[in-house]
Design a protein around this ligand. Sequence first.
Ligand code: NAD
Ligand code: UD1
Length: 340
Amino acid sequence: MAKKTVLVSGGAGYIGSHVTVELDAAGYDVVIADNFSNCDHTNYNGVCEITGKKLPLITMDFCDLDAVRKLFNDYSIDAVIHFAAFKAVGESVADPLKYYVNNLESFLNILTLAREKGCNVLFSSSATVYGEPDELPVSERSPRKPCTSPYGNTKQMCEDLLRDCVSAYPNIKGIALRYFNPIGAHPSALIGELPRGVPQNLVPFITQTAIGKRECLSIFGDDYPTPDGTCQRDYIDIVDLAKAHVCAVARMLDGKMEEGYEIFNIGTGRPLSVMELVTTFEKVNDLKLNYKIAPRRPGDVTAVWCDPSLSEQKLGWKATRTTEQTLASAWAWEKKLAGK
Ligand code: NAD
Ligand code: UD1
């Protein structure tokens, strides 16, 4: 049977590069397209080294409809995984139009071409759509809550765009994966997260503090109604997360979907507090981290973790890597970046 081709938009970024590696390992042809607005060539080069292939790389902007059309004419694409978006929550509050334009326009163009060509669409959504949940763990049936940022709104809007297009156009099928908190790096330390400027997310801030790039980690609040007072999240290893995409693509391309539009939570199902994560990082990497307790960060939810049983049943996917393995990979990546 002919190999299927998967387009990975934003494929030179953090998640896209890890997904490309897993798609290649599973036997798919992959086309990577990125405008390099939030990355350089580090991860693309790493992907080529891991796979041993010079994978097709198109430098283009998904907000440019003509460029997207050309891409879909140049390649016969069976499925697209759409990562090309901006993702900094704070920046989206400061400059909402930047987020609404990029995240919505790029996805509208993907949907336009998916409709023209008849193509499956996998959208990278986020646990942010659940807001502050009433009940934990959250399942896919849990209600979406108003988001606290334009970034979160774009995730909800894109989910709705996909749902509506699938219901109107019979030649499109769609899956939205709602990621919990992706962390860590590939075990090879050849690809990983490359935050620009001061990291907003916890794990890159921890690794940059441990390496000496930042002086001190601020733990945002220790007075939450949780067992140790710090927020709880569902941290998911990046390689486990990447493998979920291969399962979802196979489900779409092998005709296994039960509905035209499906949603899956991608997490471990295990809550971990900020303090537990910091302590585990110190223990597994045998170091002491400089940290202090700071005020709560506006917009943070107290706790969110998922029920991943639907993904297990329908995608045949389950997180397998331990927090220790993941935090060791994050540290190995930071050391590699620092040339240590
Ligand atoms: P990333 O910034 O590393 O990757 C996104 C890539 O898309 C970047 O390489 C960027 O250059 C590219 N890009 C952005 N706009 C583009 C455009 N208009 N045209 C072409 N390329 C464009 O981010 P990531 O962490 O890999 O996230 C990928 C996706 O997953 C995003 O949609 C993000 O919102 C979503 N997501 C991420 C997380 C997370 O914690 N990292 C959590 C939930 C959802
Ligand atoms: C955030 C976004 C979410 C996005 C995700 C990945 C919000 C409300 N949510 O999730 O939409 O999908 O990033 O980009 O912004 N923390 C510290 N000190 C730090 C950094 C973080 O204590 O320096 C704490 C936070 O308070 C939080 C936890 O660590 O409790 C995780 O934070 P972070 O990595 O930023 O992810 P989220 O806020 O869960």
